[in-house]
Design a protein around this ligand. Structure first.
Ligand code: ATP
Ligand code: MG
Ligand code: MG
Length: 547
């Protein structure tokens, strides 16, 4: 990976360090605590924290909590938990709301410099005065108030003398500016609302543009990285810092990451939760970090995904197949191999008279240090119903009348007789085993092409298996006509109530990952109880969607 070329932000930072502009850098990850983090946030986390792992410096976690209405401490806790799980640690835990006093002071400074005024226009009037991209706006009738009048009115706004929406504080820049955002932008609005941290202390709240850049500056952020839609905001960001004469943070923009067959917008994800299309923010089908964690994704696989999609300057849709590829690669290295039969067909080994024995099976053939486990074998086994065919085509290497297969880590067996019920359904297979064909000590000289997974009937543990598919039927539900929720895949969850697992899975842990041989990668679900062991399918063994 040393050979990898730098992304454009790394190029900027290396140039800055080389030029001596900085000796170390400071970045921040600034979530608004109004929802759980999703894959888009993961890419921003990997970028911001990744830069200060690579270069001297540190990253702050700053909660961008300037909107009292939608924010909640439940979200604050989940965000911290998710970042740590991703493998990153912040230097300082900060809240934009802690800067409310400082920001208020900055507003007073601007008023004193004749660069801000209190406007009594309604939001409709302000919008009408904005002009258009091709026509200049018009000055507000309140634009030229004397400084003292602005100071008095702003103080009254703060002390609660006015109702919501009646007054705003606006920067006095230029109503004919080419950049619409520079046409006297609103800095403060009145909102009589309880804030999750400042309580009822404030009834005026700073707008994003007034809070974000100033917070960056207060924290001496060197490189403030945000998504492309903030490009037009950069001019205002720089203007405010220059007028206030505070630490010059710089804003850089990269492309928002969108993943196909899902939505990455907290607002939309919240709708899925509230309207019960999913079981919660951590439903294993959700593109949230908590959903992916519950689904069995590893932090390594998500970091690898973010690394591979890299940092772009143009928006594009990322294929969820790449995420699945990354988790498959990692799970193949770490997952413990286990045998689970989903749809059982009974096999009776008629010549097996030893009662039972314990066979050795490797936990992971990909891991040179791998251990072995014991798997009980007996004369009554389950195999997968789909691994038997009464009238097989040529080159069918699974079980069929008169045909042989190997049972994984056990023996070669031959199907001698097919037992059926009155309706003609196959209910049982009578087989014989080759005693000299034991795995690891095979002297039989028989070569078979098929190897099947199996479990011993009397040792089997009944488990529930939850298989997941894409949450949406279309690539980009947010851009389709109508409600994005009408594109939800009705078959995104498939539950197998009773699957039969080898006994080692009775002791499955939340830390371990499992490969159910020939089935896919699985992890224990948090709904597991004394009564019921439940597994989630993280991902199939191969890409079923590949063309
Ligand atoms: P949402 O639209 O889901 O609410 P947001 O951008 O409003 O997302 P914030 O909590 O403000 O969410 O985001 C915190 C940080 O994560 C910001 O710096 C933002 O740029 C970044 N971020 C959010 N979504 C994405 C995305 N899809 N791709 C890349 N970065 C993102
Ligand atoms: Mg936001
Ligand atoms: Mg948003």
């Amino acid at each position: 990976s040393e050979e990898k070329s730098l992304n454009f932000i790394e190029e900027i930072i290396e140039a800055d360090l080389k030029a001596g502009k900085y000796t170390s850098i400071v970045t921040r990850f600034p979530p608004e605590p109004n929802g759980y983090l999703h894959l888009g946030h993961a890419s921003s986390i990997c970028l911001n924290f990744g830069l200060t792992k690579k270069y001297p410096g540190y990253t702050n976690l700053r909660f961008d909590d300037t909107n009292p209405v939608t924010e909640d401490t439940e979200y604050v806790e989940s965000i911290k938990n998710d970042i740590r799980w991703m493998g990153f640690e912040w230097k300082h835990e900060l809240y934009a709301s802690d800067y409310f006093d400082t920001l208020y002071g900055y507003a007073i400074q601007l008023i004193n410099k004749g660069l801000a005024y209190v406007d009594e226009s309604t939001s409709e009037e302000i919008a009408a005065m904005k002009g258009t991209p091709t026509e200049p706006g018009t000055d507000s009738p309140y634009r030229n108030r004397p400084v003292q009048e602005n100071l008095d009115l702003f103080e009254k706004m703060k002390s609660g003398a006015f109702p919501d929406g009646s007054h705003t504080l606006r920067a006095k820049i230029d109503m004919a500016h080419m950049n619409m955002l520079m046409r006297d932008p609103i800095l403060y609005r009145i909102k009589h609302a309880h804030h999750h941290r400042t309580g009822d202390k404030w009834c005026i709240y700073p707008m994003y543009d007034f809070a974000h850049g100033q917070s960056d500056s207060i924290e001496n952020i060197t490189h403030s990285i945000c998504t492309l839609e903030f490009i037009p905001h950069r001019e205002l960001y720089d203007w405010l810092i220059a007028q206030l004469g505070i630490y010059p943070s710089h804003q850089y923009e990269f492309a928002r990451r969108n993943i196909n067959y899902t939505v990455t917008s907290k607002r939309k994800l919240l709708q899925l939760v509230n309207e019960k299309h999913v079981s919660g923010w951590d439903d294993p089908r959700m593109p949230t970090i908590s959903g992916l964690r519950r689904r069995g994704y590893t932090p390594e696989s998500i970091r690898e995904f973010c690394e591979r999609i890299g940092v772009a300057k143009r928006e594009n849709m990322v294929d969820v197949g790449l995420l699945e590829f990354c988790v498959r690669e990692h799970l193949n290295k770490i997952a413990l191999r286990r045998m689970v039969v989903f749809d059982p067909l009974k096999v009776v080994i008629t010549n097996y008279t030893n009662g039972e024995e314990l066979l050795q099976s490797e936990d992971n053939p990909e891991d040179p240090a791998a251990t072995h486990r014991e798997v009980p074998f007996s004369s009554e086994l389950y195999i997968e119903r789909e691994d038997f065919m009464e009238n097989p085509p040529k080159k069918y290497f699974r079980l069929a009348p008169g045909q042989m297969v190997r049972l994984k880590s056990a023996y070669i067996i031959k199907c001698d007789e097919v037992i059926k019920d009155a309706e003609g359904n196959v209910t049982e297979l009578r087989c014989s085993y080759i005693p000299e064909s034991k795995s690891g000590a095979d002297t039989s000289g028989i070569h078979v092409k098929g190897t099947l997974h199996w479990v011993s009937v009397k040792h089997a543990v009944t488990v529930e298996v939850r298989e997941y598919d894409r949450l949406f039927q279309v690539e980009d539900p947010a851009s389709e006509e109508g409600d994005f929720k009408s594109y939800i895949n009705p078959n995104s969850l498939h539950v197998i109530q009773s699957a039969y697992a080898e006994p080692a899975l009775r002791n499955a842990t939340f830390n371990d990952r499992y490969q159910f041989i020939r089935k896919g990668y699985f992890c224990l679900d948090k709904d597991t109880s004394e009564e019921k062991v439940i597994f989630n399918r993280t991902v199939t063994l191969k890409d079923a969607w590949a063309k």
